[in-house]
Design a protein around this ligand. Structure first.
Ligand SMILES: [Mg+2]
Length: 231
């Protein structure tokens, strides 16, 4: 595939910034706070339980069945019930978890240099499914991503989440170019690759997985240099 892109959008979490690592460390901190001295036996149970419930709740949030506050409340209440946690409130645990999550934010290796190299060649932007205040705080911590971006599209501000076509349409309007000249770079097959391709864009999947069949107008890469040769 050889194509001249006029705009390149990037996903934020687990593409430019390492969300999963920050989440993992924040849950470790939470289990240390709850079970000081015997936290190790709880860590993996806490993580598994949190992930399973959080995934279900994000699907319900994406489908418009629950709002953001309900999502945050229920994922913590689930832990309180399952682990019989006493003498605290869900708000207190949520605040602690979100604060620790922020402590552990880091860039994905090589992502910033690649992002800057792409921004030298073509206009760039961001599309992310996270909560608006959290994602804005990330962009304040890592300002280069906002400074170089011509458009920043946050699902909570638009009212729909990837892979909803409307989010890509909004992003296309903001880019001011036709969808077939836009490349979208992201780590989620469902949200990023299928969402972008369905919107008529080209998708670059940031993944080690080479088994999965890629749709037309998409490709996979795992090393940033492989992306740069395409742009
Ligand atoms: Mg992502």
């Amino acid at each position: 595939m050889s194509q001249k892109f006029q705009f390149v959008y990037f996903d934020l979490d687990d593409t430019l910034l390492n969300h999963r690592r920050a989440e993992r460390h924040a849950l470790l901190d939470l289990s240390r706070r709850l079970w000081d001295g015997k936290s190790e036996s709880y860590v993996s149970r806490l993580r598994d339980s949190y992930h399973a419930r959080n995934r279900e709740l994000w699907h319900a949030y994406a489908d418009g069945e629950i709002d953001r506050l309900t999502l945050q409340e229920l994922r913590i209440r689930h832990l309180i019930d399952e682990f019989n946690i006493r003498d605290t409130t869900w708000q207190d645990l949520d605040k602690y978890y979100m604060a620790q999550y922020a402590v552990h934010w880091q860039e994905v290796d090589g992502a910033r240099a690649a992002f800057e190299a792409v921004a030298e060649r073509v206009k760039v932007g961001l599309i992310t499914n996270g909560f608006a205040d959290v994602q804005h705080a990330k962009l304040e911590r890592f300002p280069v991503f906002r400074q170089k971006s011509s458009a920043v599209v946050i699902s909570e501000e638009v009212g729909v989440l990837k892979p909803d076509r409307r989010l890509f349409e909004r992003a296309e309007e903001m880019a001011g170019v036709s969808g077939d000249a836009i490349l979208y770079v992201g780590d989620s097959y469902r949200s990023d690759v299928l969402g972008a391709v369905a919107a008529g864009w080209v998708a670059a999947w940031f993944s080690e997985d080479r088994e999965r069949e890629m749709p037309e107008r998409s490709f996979a890469f795992s090393d940033w240099s492989e992306l740069l040769v395409r742009i």
